[in-house]
Design a protein around this ligand. Structure first.
Ligand code: G
Ligand code: MN
Length: 266
């Protein structure tokens, strides 16, 4: 049976409206990012989840996609809520583990419209997080319409001490011109390449790592699930890894406990 896209969109839109109406049902989980060579936790990425009335916790990609597709301020409202929550949570572990960075996802639409600089700046100040510890992941879910404006904003963010990363690199709208022009610290290679164990995917992964290193950028491989994949990534000198092989996304307090356990040598 063909799925009616208009119906899908309407359902997604309703889910977004409900979530913004009752933001307490939204929560963030944090997935550690590890140094590939040693396994040490260097950062954690904030990921959105939704708590259903039944108590069940689900992925919230429908809500995120509806916000991305919206024409009003919904994307900014949602992002603002999430970044604020992430930065409050991270302030908790920053005291005991100041070296562990926090990764948050932002749509490139954030950099094209609105006063992202002012909004991010006031968020950073009000949460008390050390801005040197923030990685902004630019998720290229939408086409970058105004690359000049975007580049200007990214440059200001970088000048302000925040670190920029291109997310899901190699899929969607990601383009080599972004690597050529944007002041990014690194790229995250999509799990689509990392998880596929065929020769073509490996060739792409190897080439992307070499290219990033030539550009003096770092690389995080996403969705690493097996030791075979990890060994291949280590051979390619991939810097960081994220995925179920090391750790699943977890609530903030669990991450805090995990960090405490790691640093006590357990
Ligand atoms: O594109 P982005 O990196 O923001 O997406 C992260 C998503 O991938 C999260 O929803 C997370 O739960 C999921 N994820 C993280 N690690 C793995 C993994 O090792 N395998 C799979 N299949 N999914 C993962
Ligand atoms: Mn991401």
């Amino acid at each position: 049976m063909a799925v009616d896209q208009a119906v899908v969109d309407r359902v997604a839109r309703k889910a977004l409206d409900r979530a913004l109406d009752r933001p307490e049902q939204l929560l963030l989980v944090y997935q550690p990012i590890h140094e590939a060579r040693t396994g040490a936790i260097v950062a954690a990425e904030a990921l959105l989840r939704q708590r259903r009335e039944s108590g069940e916790i689900r992925e919230a990609s429908v809500i995120q996609e509806a916000a991305e597709a919206s024409v009003g301020n919904e994307l900014f409202t949602l992002d603002h809520l999430l970044i604020k929550q992430a930065w409050i949570d991270a302030a908790l572990w920053q005291r005991s583990h100041p070296e562990v960075r926090l990764n948050v996802n932002l749509s490139p639409r954030e950099f094209q419209e609105g006063n992202v600089l002012v909004r991010l700046d006031s968020l950073v100040s009000s949460c008390g997080i050390d801005r040197q510890r923030v990685n902004l992941e630019i998720t290229e879910t939408s086409y970058i319409e105004k690359p000049e404006d975007t580049m200007h904003v990214l440059q200001m963010l970088e000048d302000g001490g925040l670190h920029l990363w291109l997310d899901d690199f190699g899929t969607g709208h990601s383009s080599l011109t972004h690597l050529q022009r944007f002041p990014v610290e690194g790229i995250k290679i999509s799990g689509k390449f990392v998880k596929s164990d065929d020769d073509r995917s490996r060739a792409i992964t190897r080439a992307l790592i070499a290219l990033a290193h030539d550009l003096k950028m770092n690389v995080t491989a996403e969705e690493v699930e097996t030791t075979t994949q990890l060994e291949f990534l280590r051979d390619c000198e991939c810097d960081f890894v994220q995925g179920f092989l090391f750790s699943r996304p977890m609530p903030a307090d669990e991450l805090h406990a995990t960090l405490a356990r790691f640093s006590s040598g357990a």
